[in-house]
Design a protein around this ligand. Structure first.
Ligand SMILES: [Zn+2]
Length: 224
């Protein structure tokens, strides 16, 4: 078994200006939340040349429900998948992205470095074969967006804190604890690896409305 490296989300999140400690929060601050919502934005104007930006798989595409495979060999193809995910995440202003969202049924997702407690110049953090180790007792509800649901926001109740365990690109195991938006992002991205997506948090009527709205969105893209 490899040595465990602790990349602590708590360390960064404990900086008061960045994320004041909250216990039970019904309505989180919208500033950071909007970053999450901006997941649904289009390409951001970064230089797109020589970047492997993939089209986002949009619901109800069945690839979002496909069973994902554990990554066992940490070779160049894993590195290439990481790069594809990173390029696509930045192109769409995402805070996170999971492999099924670019049509790859593998257990990998990425989180934007600042949200993960690193500096903006750091590369996105890869979570490979992620497991949720624990979830806090306190919950908060917030609107969630998703690249695979452009223009859709769904109120989702999630644990305020979570600790996950994953492997990095070298196959080394690490743990990360996140609170608030980081916890939400970790759990949202990890849900993608088990085929759980935003429409699983709504009733049948809202699901139908989302389907119609996304169909309209797709029709508009093809018409333009
Ligand atoms: Zn998503």
């Amino acid at each position: 078994m490899q040595e465990r490296t602790l990349i602590s989300g708590i360390a960064a999140l404990s900086i008061p200006n960045k994320a004041p400690k909250r216990k039970v929060v019904q309505k989180p601050a919208t500033a950071r939340l909007n970053d999450y919502i901006s997941l649904t934005g289009g390409p951001s104007g970064r230089i797109l040349l020589e970047m492997a930006i993939h089209p986002i798989v949009v619901w109800p595409d069945p690839r979002l429900r496909e069973e994902t495979q554990t990554i066992k060999v940490f070779n160049e193809s894993v590195q290439a998948l990481y790069q594809d995910l990173a390029d696509t995440m930045y192109a769409y202003n995402g805070l996170g992205i999971a492999a099924p969202q670019i049509g790859v049924a593998k257990k990998m997702f990425l989180v934007e470095p600042q949200l993960a407690g690193l500096s903006p110049e750091d590369p996105p953090v890869a979570f490979i074969n992620c497991d949720v180790l624990s979830e806090g007792d306190e919950y908060e509800e917030a609107d969630e967006g998703c690249l695979s649901f452009p223009g859709i926001y769904v109120p989702v109740e999630r644990p305020y804190q979570t600790t996950v365990c994953a492997q990095n690109l070298k196959g080394e195991i690490f743990e990360m604890t996140g609170e608030g938006l980081l916890a939400r992002c970790l759990l949202h991205e990890n849900d993608h690896l088990t085929g759980r997506i935003l429409v699983d948090f709504v009733g049948p009527l809202k699901k139908k409305m989302i389907k119609l709205k996304l169909k309209k969105h797709t029709d508009e893209i093809f018409a333009s």
